[in-house]
Design a protein around this ligand. Structure first.
Ligand SMILES: Cc1cc2nc3c(=O)[nH]c(=O)nc-3n(C[C@H](O)[C@H](O)[C@H](O)COP(=O)(O)OP(=O)(O)OC[C@H]3O[C@@H](n4cnc5c(N)ncnc54)[C@H](O)[C@@H]3O)c2cc1C
Length: 490
């Protein structure tokens, strides 16, 4: 995973210099690989006063209970992150989430999610019947999928268009939207099938029924979530320390304002300092709007990235006395149906999902509020928002007491929306990038931490390859120049 140590620097005596713009997980992983390669001098610029981007921790109550205010874990299967954690000394700190029942808050009741979903879609209508998630009429509509004529879907379309056409609006509102909304904070209209449910169109290809198509594929395997015992900020801190120990530089409060081509090759980077700084290559790991603004003057083809919409999410962490809940809350949490009009999208019972966080006498609820098209949480002050979260939570799980403490984090641009056509938009933008510029981040090839880490590593390897091929070209030019003139090359 980490590039092997070099025999000598790329391109001769001076080590090339690489800038990483953005200190979220994507930029930090790029920094890690570049610093560990030993091939380049690397400097990370982060606009804010702290590293981590969406990774943010906090404390509630006294004595403090740790809480994640951004992501709270990552999918470990197929991810680079566990290996990376090992490499930076955090291997023993990885802990797994408990497999609990997930419920859906729908039409005034908590309903257990039926088993046997594939991509969040039902494979056995009978399971749905038992969960009472759908009305009889909605179940009837869903079953029509088995006899309706095939739906032609030659290109990417919204989830509403494909799943709604096959299974009806009820299945979209009560099942698909809460599930995909839990990951993307999006709606069935804002999300494209290819981005949010990759592989679904291929499964349906040539088949008449979506339900039968889902049955025919590999059985669903529940994703295994892990986190770090001390919270995800320990990953940020360990990546920072590891990079600094290998000679990398990290500049906080250093918003990059511009990039332009340098006369002799490479790029001039403008931050808040007065003089532009030269770099041979740049990894841009900011949100899409910042990446587009930075790169558009240099690479016109990336401009459409600026149009990627982001869903706002507010996280409200509420600490209750354990006695506040009549009986035990079931499972690890629940998802809420947007169609019912509330602001609450999801609640995690943190101590249930992450047993290592359980504390005697208290219970921690982490509520996600808002989502695409719902800016109401951003318009409330912290007290009002916490009150609203408590009220909606109390509807679902009767609470005898108010919270002992609360913490609110607002993410106006939390999660990029992979709208229909997102994949081709990204492919086109990436294809325009000149040598020595790479992009990584949640807006492109996966929003989760593991996908961002993979993109950070790929971007780092990409600039190393670019620099190696540039130095190879230079050597080839030198050799040609020497052969023609009999003089040594420049
Ligand atoms: C509330 C919430 C819950 C989530 N839950 C999960 C979860 O449980 N599991 C999971 O896998 N994922 C989860 N995600 C998604 C995941 O956390 C993010 O997609 C991921 O952290 C994004 O990382 P990034 O590095 O691409 O971008 P960011 O974290 O947004 O980092 C980009 C950085 O670039 C900086 N920047 C911007 N402009 C400039 C500039 N001009 N110059 C320099 N720096 C700049 C920003 O300040 C920021 O620090 C969640 C996200 C949110 C918001």
């Amino acid at each position: 995973m980490t590039a092997p140590a070099p025999d000598r620097p790329i391109g001769g005596a001076r080590r090339p210099s690489v800038a990483v713009v953005g200190g979220g997980i994507s930029g930090l992983v790029a920094l890690h690989h570049l610093a560990r390669s030993g091939l380049v001098d690397v400097t990370l610029h982060e606009a804010s006063p702290r590293l981590g981007g969406k990774i943010l921790g906090g404390w509630l109550g006294d004595p403090g209970v740790p809480v994640e205010l951004g992501p709270d874990g990552f999918v470990s299967r197929g991810s680079d992150l566990p290996e990376l954690c090992e490499a930076i000394g955090l291997g023993d700190e990885l802990v797994s989430a408990a497999h609990g029942v997930v419920q859906i808050w729908s039409r005034g009741r908590l309903r257990t999610l039926p088993r046997g979903l594939v991509m969040g879609l039902p494979v056995h209508p009978l399971g749905l019947l038992r969960s009472r998630l759908l009305s009889v009429a909605e179940l009837g509509r869903l079953s029509l999928d088995l006899i309706l004529p095939p739906t032609r879907c030659p290109g990417d379309v919204s989830i509403a268009a494909l799943v709604g056409t096959r299974l009806g609006r009820g299945a979209v509102d009560r099942l698909v939207e809460p599930l995909v909304g839990g990951v993307y904070a999006g709606t069935a209209e804002s999300l494209g099938v290819d981005g949010a449910l990759p592989g679904l169109r291929a499964r349906l290809d040539g088949r008449r029924s979506l339900i039968r198509a889902l049955r025919s594929g590999q059985p669903a395997v529940a994703p295994s979530m892990v986190t770090l015992r001390g919270g995800l900020t320990t990953l940020v801190e360990a990546l920072r320390a590891d990079a600094l120990a290998r000679g990398a530089r990290i500049r906080l409060d250093s918003a990059v304002r511009g990039l332009r081509p340098a006369a002799g090759g490479g790029y001039q980077l403008l931050d808040d300092g007065s003089r532009p700084v030269h770099h041979d290559a740049v990894v841009v790991a900011t949100p899409a709007s910042a990446a587009s603004a930075l790169l558009a003057p240099l690479v016109p083809g990336v401009e459409p990235l600026g149009g990627v919409a982001y869903a706002p999410v507010s996280v409200v962490a509420l600490l209750y006395p354990a006695t506040a809940v009549a009986g035990e809350p079931r499972g690890t949490g629940f998802l809420a149906c947007r169609a019912d009009g509330g602001m609450l999208r999801a609640c995690t019972w943190t101590d249930r999902k992450w047993p290592h966080l359980a504390r005697d006498g208290v219970l921690l609820a982490r509520c996600s509020m808002g989502g695409i098209g719902d800016r109401r949480p951003l318009e409330l002050d912290d007290g009002e928002l916490a009150g609203r979260a408590h009220a909606e939570l109390s509807d679902a799980v009767p609470l005898r007491q108010g919270p002992l403490d609360r913490l609110v984090a607002r993410w106006p641009n939390a999660i990029p929306q992979y709208a229909p056509g997102h994949r081709s938009l990204v492919e086109s933008a990436l294809s325009h990038l000149p040598r020595g510029i790479r992009l990584a981040g949640a807006a492109y090839e996966g929003v989760g931490l593991s996908a961002c880490a993979r993109q950070g590593r790929t971007a780092a390897q990409g600039v190393l390859d670019d620099l190696a091929s540039r130095s190879h070209d230079r050597l080839a030019v030198s050799a040609a120049f020497g052969a023609e003139t009999g003089a040594p090359g420049p």
